[in-house]
Design a protein around this ligand. Structure first.
Ligand SMILES: [Zn+2]
Ligand SMILES: [Zn+2]
Length: 170
């Protein structure tokens, strides 16, 4: 038997391992076949309330309903459980602010990891480095990952990857 080929819409964007929902939907909205600048428009197109704007800020209370997940999944060509993987597991508390970064991880693959926003996460286990919660050059806080288009500080434009030299060991 032929292996089943999954048909993806032209606007399908593959999620990265451990990518946060905010970063993923920022990328998705900027995809050339989507080009939707506001998360509200996307929610509306999916036929649900303006929940995506909240999700992109990690405001997940109330928790996303199955109906909302399926509507967004259908629109984006993802499976609903792929979206669930971009959300914190049950019992894991999220830190809404500040947005945090392991610049060493970012230098390897440029996306925001969900686990950086867990309250229980202190540092990056892979690199044994503390997470950054502000720009190491100008001290500006990081914007929400949905807006990480250039991968740089929004104020002084220092690239995130360059900040790994200034991360503290933990
Ligand atoms: Zn790291
Ligand atoms: Zn800066």
């Amino acid at each position: 038997m032929e292996p089943e080929v999954v048909q993806r819409p032209p606007w399908y964007v593959e999620p990265n391992e451990g990518e946060s929902i905010s970063h993923y939907f920022g990328r998705f909205r900027r995809h050339e076949a989507v080009c939707v600048s506001s998360p509200g428009t996307l929610s509306k197109a999916a036929g649900i309330g303006p929940v995506l704007a909240r999700w992109e800020k990690f405001r997940l209370n109330p928790v996303p309903s199955q109906k909302e997940l399926e509507a967004i999944a259908k629109l984006s060509g993802l499976d609903a459980d792929k979206i669930v993987q971009m959300l914190p597991p049950k019992g894991e508390k999220m830190k809404l602010e500040p947005i945090r970064l392991c610049a060493a991880c970012y230098a390897e693959k440029s996306y925001h990891r969900l686990e950086w926003q867990f309250q229980s996460t202190v540092g990056c286990d892979g690199h044994k480095l503390r997470l950054l919660s502000e720009c190491r050059y100008c001290k500006e806080r990081f914007s929400i990952p949905a807006l990480w288009e250039e991968g740089e500080c929004k104020k002084c434009h220092a690239p995130f990857r360059s900040m790994k030299k200034r991360q503290k060991v933990y």
